[in-house]
Design a protein around this ligand. Structure first.
Ligand code: ATR
Length: 272
């Protein structure tokens, strides 16, 4: 029987997840379908229940429902608890199981696809919203020599760092304090791109040979990727690889098999 999966979000029409999961299914000969399901704010719980009652096996959850998915999951993984958010729901047990694959997706893209050894790097994470929180734990697990969270509203960065204080060395900063600080890896987890903006990180915050990573992606270089290139970064990458890697981890949770991600990343890049 064909198993049903999907992604719920608002908006969701332009999601690349159906394309990615169809490629994973074909590659691993899994009999499944994966659809994009648009849900209005306020309609999340009913939409999930209807999907599950109709025999659906699992859902990805995207903005703005990841926190609600966390609250409504009956059991959650450790990594979802740390993120305070769920992007992967499984319905195979009696209880709805929530997991979060965003952080591992980012780390795999950096380490496996881009060849960046995070251990002992000085890392700057920009942003203190849900996207930043979702990746902070897995980044700390990699053992960077320094991890700084910078945010426009410094108090949000402070409370995020406080929440992770037992899990590694992480401190908060405002953008002004970054002058001359020389980070090896700078990750943009803000939503500034959506308004065509770049967070005001001083160029002097980049070390020589720094890598710049934007968790957003687009058909052409994002504003932050362009900023990294002009600031002299050795490499400036967007978040399409993270998208494919988090999808692969969800696929693994559901199907117990790991798809090869690089051919799918190439295909989704060409489809943009
Ligand atoms: P998400 O779940 O995508 O992280 P969010 O919780 O609304 O969404 O957080 C958005 C993040 O992008 C925040 O860190 C926000 O900074 P503030 O906390 O100061 O609002 C950041 N952000 C959005 N637009 C920005 C801009 N133009 N410049 C710098 N940071 C921006």
């Amino acid at each position: 029987m064909t198993d049903r999966y999907g992604v719920v979000g608002h908006p969701v029409a332009h999601s690349k997840s159906p394309f990615i999961h169809a490629k994973f299914a074909a590659q691993t000969s899994q009999d499944l379908v994966y659809e994009a399901i648009h849900v209005q704010p306020g309609g999340f719980a009913a939409a999930v229940e209807a999907f599950r009652a109709g025999g659906g096996r699992g859902l990805n959850v995207t903005l703005p429902f990841k926190q609600e998915a966390f609250v409504r999951s009956q059991t959650v993984s450790d990594r979802a608890r740390r993120a305070g958010a769920v992007n992967t729901l499984s319905f195979d047990d009696e209880r709805v199981r929530g997991d979060n694959t965003d952080g591992v997706g980012l780390v795999r893209d950096l380490v496996s696809n881009l060849g960046i050894e995070i251990r002992s790097l000085r890392v700057l994470l920009i942003g203190a919203g849900g996207a930043a929180r979702g990746v902070l734990g897995p980044l700390l697990d990699e053992g960077p020599s320094e991890l700084v969270v910078a945010n426009r509203t410094v108090s949000r960065a402070e409370s995020l760092c406080h929440a992770f204080s037992g899990q590694g060395t992480v401190r908060s900063a405002g953008f002004d304090a970054l002058e001359g600080s020389a980070f090896d890896l700078v990750i943009n987890a803000t939503s500034a791109e959506l308004s065509g903006e770049v967070p005001p990180v001083p160029e002097s915050a980049l070390a020589r040979d720094a890598v710049v990573y934007d968790m957003m992606y687009a058909a052409t270089a994002t504003a932050f990727v362009r900023w990294g290139q002009s600031a002299g970064a050795r490499l400036a990458a967007d978040g399409l690889g993270m998208l494919v890697e988090q999808a692969a981890e969800s696929f693994f949770i559901w199907r117990g098999t790991r798809p090869e991600t690089l051919p799918v990343l190439k295909a989704v890049r060409e489809s943009l």
